[in-house]
Design a protein around this ligand. Structure first.
Ligand SMILES: O=P(O)(O)OC[C@H]1O[C@H](O)[C@H](O)[C@@H](O)[C@@H]1O
Length: 546
């Protein structure tokens, strides 16, 4: 994309840098225009360093970069992941049974529902105890083995629903564990207290070649065989979710116990496929997982149909690009005021940073502006007692505040002025204003703060944020929230003209690890050639082997 496209927007930067949020926010009409609703979901972005002219320029940028057309191509199943020659059709995974989503002229929805139906039937059988383990016992516990996109989204949704009353009731007596890291300590942690007789292992890997997953799968298979005394136990205790059916078979998994998906499902968008649906259905029942899928679909509809000025993923994507590429902010803090979202940010980190951590455009030329912000965060209020100090008085980090009108676990104590949830949410409302307005030296002096402390207690303010308010953290709204963040990531990629759907940057480390692995194999046998390593690496390797 020509750098000229950005010039018009660049013209907005000096004006917006010099306008403090304190004055920008005095314009009520401006603020009102930045309060956007999608049903009961609210986005308030008046605490962003933009005015109506900047927003028009941003919407113009979306027009000029063809966001609408690119979006249409994605939903139409075109191979927009050009470097891998693949379509990007994860929305088809959450489309209703009656929908039609075509790839090369063929509707993929019936295939999607065939696997969903099979997962419903299988999870119903396991949950009811009809499916029995090798020694005749019901399988009450599940260990998911997978990493990256084959792990983070599943764990995020599992954690988020753990305290949802309906999901918690459905999960009574069941356990779900995750094994991702190749660190053998993680095996110990994942299996701790589990009985092989009642444990089902779900191996999740799109490619079924990922080194960590394959080694962990072998390790846990060996545990099962040792505990249950026969290799025949695998048929009853191991299932897989993968696109590589030949490889799952080679691993010894009965093809009836493999739940497939397709190459048009990117790893970091795959929680909606067998990757997430199987394990989550085993834990919570398919009905609840279906509510999650329906939530995702509702957001797809919004993203496709809502006009630009009301389109939540588009607006958030535009603001994130504005902050990163024009105002030069390197990070974005994602701050859910909801403990159930404890694993949301790690998932969004992979989703956004693996997608948009790129430096070249579709044609291979360098992007003329900065791309891919560092996404990080923690649930509030915990973060407030940690890195918020830096956000208030150190670096400027644009933030996303995410809150819910209702708690999964409402608590009201007699004698307390507010409910526990209102106490939490008081912070959700206060922090964005504290960041935006700050506190001036004059205000501090008027408060009687001693002169020598004034500088230390001054808050510059003018720190941008946006607030998202949703009704409650349940399966439906989790689906909406995640699909919103997926589309936000895609919008940014389209504005930058990068391919958000490949991930070549993860390859080099894997190749080098293979060389080290080969060297360690030889070295453990006594003879090894370390000549291909850098001398500092040789030195460190020698120390490790010593
Ligand atoms: O699902 P798998 O094929 O095992 O891949 C697991 C993960 O590893 C890769 O290296 C990519 O970085 C991720 O996008 C992917 O989700």
């Amino acid at each position: 994309m020509a750098s000229g496209l950005w010039n018009d927007l660049k013209g907005q930067v000096p004006k917006m840098k010099s306008a403090h949020l304190r004055s920008l926010m005095q314009d009520q009409a401006r603020n009102d225009s930045m309060f956007v609703q999608n049903g009961p979901m609210v986005l308030d972005y008046c605490r962003q360093k933009v005015d109506s002219e900047t927003m028009s320029k941003l919407f113009e940028l979306a027009d000029k970069t063809g966001v609408e057309q690119r979006k249409a191509k994605m939903f139409a199943g075109e191979r927009i992941n050009q470097t891998e020659g693949r379509a990007v059709l994860h929305p088809a995974l959450r489309a209703p049974r009656s929908a039609s989503v075509c790839l090369d002229g063929e509707n993929v929805v019936p295939e999607v529902w065939k696997v969903l139906d099979a997962m419903k039937a299988f999870s119903d059988k396991v949950r009811s105890g009809e499916w029995k383990g090798f020694t005749g016992k019901a399988l009450t516990d599940v260990v998911c083995i997978g990493i990256g996109g084959s792990y983070l989204g599943v764990e995020f949704v599992y954690e988020a629903l753990k305290t949802d009353p309906e999901a918690a009731a459905a999960a009574q007596g069941r356990k779900l564990r995750f094994l991702a890291n190749v660190d053998p300590i993680d095996v110990q942690r994942a299996l701790e207290g589990l009985n092989a007789e009642t444990t089902l292992v779900v191996i999740i890997s799109k490619t079924f070649t990922t080194a960590e997953t394959m080694l962990n799968a072998k390790t846990v298979k060996a545990w099962l065989v040792k505990e249950l005394g026969s290799a025949d136990c695998v048929a009853k205790h191991v299932v897989a979710c993968s696109t590589a059916l030949d490889k799952t078979q080679a691993f010894g998994i009965d093809s009836n116990n493999v739940f497939g998906f397709w190459d048009w499902v990117g790893g970091r968008f795959s929680v909606w496929s067998a990757v997430g649906v199987l394990a989550l259905s085993l834990q919570y029942g398919f009905g609840i997982v279906n509510q999650f899928l329906e939530g995702g679909h509702a957001m797809d509809e919004h993203f496709q149909k809502a006009p630009a000025k009301e389109n939540l993923p588009l607006i958030i994507g535009l603001l994130d690009v504005w902050n990163c590429s024009m105002l030069g902010h390197e990070g974005v803090a994602i701050l859910p005021y909801c403990q159930a979202l404890v694993r949301f940010v790690p998932h969004i980190q992979q989703l956004d940073m693996e997608s948009n951590g790129k430096r070249v455009q579709m044609d291979g030329s360098e992007v003329p502006v900065e791309t891919g912000a560092i996404n990080f965060g923690e649930p509030g209020t915990n973060g407030q007692h940690s890195f918020y100090q830096l956000m208030h008085q150190g670096r400027v980090i644009p933030s996303h505040f995410i809150g819910f009108a209702n708690s999964q676990n409402p608590v009201e104590l007699p004698g307390e002025a507010v409910s526990n949830h209102d106490e939490l949410m008081s912070n959700f409302f206060a922090q964005p204003d504290a960041l935006a307005l700050g506190k001036t030296a004059e205000e501090l002096k008027a408060d009687g703060i001693p002169e020598k402390l004034v500088a230390h207690k001054t808050f510059p303010g003018d720190r941008p944020s946006l607030s998202l308010l949703l009704p409650v953290c349940n399966a439906h709204w989790l689906g909406q929230l995640l699909a919103l963040y997926e589309h936000r990531t895609a919008v940014q990629g389209w504005l930058w003209d990068i391919n958000s759907f490949d991930q070549w940057g993860v390859e080099l480390g894997k190749v080098l690890a293979k060389e080290v692995r080969g060297y360690l194999t030889q070295a453990r046998k006594g003879a090894a050639d370390d000549s291909k390593f850098l001398s500092p690496t040789k030195k460190l390797l020698a120390k490790y082997l010593e």
